[in-house]
Design a protein around this ligand. Sequence first.
Ligand code: NAG
Ligand code: NAG
Ligand code: NAG
Ligand code: NAG
Length: 491
Amino acid sequence: MQLHALVALLTLIGAANANDRHVRLAKKAFNVARAPPSSGSTITSATSTSSISSSSSGSSSTSAGASTTTSAVASGSPIGTSIPPLSQITSGMPSQSTLPPTKTYSAGATPPISGVPPLPTPFVYRATDWPPQDQIAPTGVFPPSAIYTNSHALFALLRSGSAEVAEWMKELDGFNIPDFSPTADGTCVGDPVAAADAADRGWWTCGGYTRVTDITACPDKLTWGVSFDDGPGFYSKQLLNFLTSQNITSTFFVVGSRVIERPQVLIEEYMAGHEIAVHTWSHRPLTMLTTEQVVAELGWTRKAIKAVLGVTPTLMRPPYGDIDDRVRAISLAMGMVPVIWTRTPSGATFDTNDWKVPGGVVTGSQSFATFQAILTNATLLNTGFIVLEHDLYSQTVDLAIGYTLPAAMSFNPHLTMDSIGECNHIPATNLYRESNKNTSFPYPNSTSSDSSVSGGSGGHSSSGDISMNIDRIPMSIAVVAGFAALSSLLL
Ligand SMILES: *[C@@H]1O[C@H](CO)[C@@H](O)[C@H](O)[C@H]1NC(C)=O
Ligand SMILES: *[C@@H]1O[C@H](CO)[C@@H](O)[C@H](O)[C@H]1NC(C)=O
Ligand SMILES: *[C@@H]1O[C@H](CO)[C@@H](O)[C@H](O)[C@H]1NC(C)=O
Ligand SMILES: *[C@@H]1O[C@H](CO)[C@@H](O)[C@H](O)[C@H]1NC(C)=O
């Protein structure tokens, strides 16, 4: 009966929007609702791998030809897998198999950080608790039609994601959130008008502008602040085993849509002493989103991590490094310090491009050559450094385990390898709101000091409001009609 009512509602919305695509997406949303998230997830974001669904059985095996170990990792190593030769790490290579958890932790287990709460009761995924995966987190107000799908509608109808976002928006009260209009697509090229203003905006992806509140390196020379983005993934466990075997800790910038899929992997990372930080819900360039959407992207991820681990991270990394003073201010107001990766004085960014290997844009060999150039360039800096790498794809994990991490471990001169909080001498207790007693970290305000921040009237929203107000209208009609239908069915 309830299901029928729901179908009626969705059909109504489909009619209200007069778009078949929405009906298809609604059906997909139903599958998500009935199945564990990994089997029904809609993968749309640039760094979400489309191989997730195809390899979700976890049974894809490494082909015999790829099992020769030629890397620095000895065969029979504790990582539980063998690493293919560099030349075979390419797009379309067979994926590693998925390793089972080594250890399961029960509710009440004590994490390795003093002052954090014990692990909460095991996370149980329910579709109606979470926004659709890999879509821009809904704000409760309908987003522009370009990204408007019926799985948003399902979520909004069942749960109205607006309550959470409205609550999180209050965290911005009293903060000076610049009133910039969102950029077209997070790139210079895509938005010449915003690009002309990049220095004033403090836009990192467009000119490398940073503020003193950004963490972009480690202070001590020849120290690498190790991090991996976009997990927890199918292959994160392999990486985890390797890091443990080598006594290396890392910061994991996790995507909310992945956290609800693989909570057990996140728990293993956290319990093994790695740092957990926020990397948004759907991995979109944040400067292109409205202020409400940025709040939703950070808020839902924070909520997912809290649900699984019981803690709230105080570090975040903007996807693609796409940050400006508006996004910085929102992030800091929500209690999260932005972390990017190192950009040298000559403008080279320490991006291994490993994320371009699965799509065939660069080869494993090219990515590793870039990493070697990064290490060489790092020796010329007066500080330590941070490098962009990923644990979502089989290829990127193979590169890390087999090549980049061993190369750094045997590098001459010797490199110190620590997680990012650790290399920045930030006490572990400061990395989670629940254990943090430091009133000056996360930093209480947005940009360090300068007055280049425009706006300042406390208005949170920018031009995004216009499209949202337009989109609000058909949705309200659909909701009213939907509830009318529901009442008539139930009465
Ligand atoms: C791991 O590293 C820590 C900190 O650097 C050190 O105290 C410890 O002895 C190391 N353990 C092993 C097994 O290498
Ligand atoms: C390393 O530094 C050189 C010289 O500045 C630069 O051309 C190159 O792009 C840099 N490479 C990386 C990966 O940082
Ligand atoms: C608080 O955080 C700031 C910034 O990281 C740091 O300089 C300071 O030492 C910290 N204080 C304590 C007591 O941890
Ligand atoms: C941030 O705080 C510092 C000191 O706490 C102050 O000097 C600065 O003006 C503030 N900046 C903004 C943009 O509010």
